[in-house]
Design a protein around this ligand. Structure first.
Ligand SMILES: Cc1cc2nc3c(=O)[nH]c(=O)nc-3n(C[C@H](O)[C@H](O)[C@H](O)COP(=O)(O)O)c2cc1C
Length: 186
């Protein structure tokens, strides 16, 4: 298996973390991977809040309700909150270029994927978390109005090795030429 396939397929969402600090250089390497993601017109709408203050982390955790990652967020020494500047991605000369106004979500997802894969290569765990009250998080981190909180991930040394949840087969998710026409990939 190619190295990249191994990294992509062995990355898991990690929800339990060791009580072990993450070195500043590791955080920097993860952010470095993030900033090399592709983006709409290279606008790089993403912004990162690296939360290491346990008081702020606890306040953010209170916006999550019954989330499966709640404990992991409290355990991991670092929480990266991924935010995005709105009104840039998907726009041409200040005007929406397509019918979609959420390309910043797409750019942010690409950069989050870079982060979680890079963290995995460094032996760190992550879990992308989307289920929380983003306006409450925005207010906790004092986010200006032209930015949105998109998602977050804890970053820490894994305390568990979860099994891989099953994936749909290529045939279940792929059509040939027209939607519904069987794609023969053999
Ligand atoms: C956009 C997005 C939002 C997610 N939100 C949450 C979340 O709020 N809580 C959680 O525990 N996992 C969350 N996950 C993690 C998924 O549950 C997980 O990626 C999926 O079950 C596949 O497992 P794997 O990452 O180990 O391959 C989210 C993943 C994505 C991509």
């Amino acid at each position: 298996m190619e190295y990249i396939d191994k990294i992509i397929q062995s990355r898991r969402s990690v929800r339990r973390y060791k009580n072990k600090p993450v070195e500043p250089d590791i955080i920097k390497q993860v952010l470095q991977a993030a900033r090399w993601a592709p983006s709409w017109k290279n606008k790089q709408c993403w912004r990162f809040i690296v939360v290491q203050d346990s008081g702020i982390k606890t306040r953010i955790s209170h916006t999550m309700g019954q989330n499966r990652s709640l404990q992991g967020i409290l355990e991991a020494p670092v929480l990266i909150v991924l935010c995005a500047k709105t009104g840039e991605s998907g726009y041409h000369n200040g005007v929406l270029a397509t019918e979609k106004d959420s390309w910043y979500m797409f750019d942010s997802a690409l950069c989050m994927q870079n982060m979680v894969l890079k963290a995995h290569t460094l032996g760190l765990g992550t879990v992308i978390v989307g289920l929380f009250d983003s306006s409450k998080v925005a207010s906790i981190i004092k986010l200006p109005g032209d930015y949105e909180v998109v998602a977050m991930t804890p970053l820490g040394y894994p305390e568990e090795e979860p099994d891989a949840p099953e994936r749909k087969t290529i045939q279940e998710i792929t059509w040939s030429n027209l939607f519904g026409e069987t794609f023969d990939h053999d």
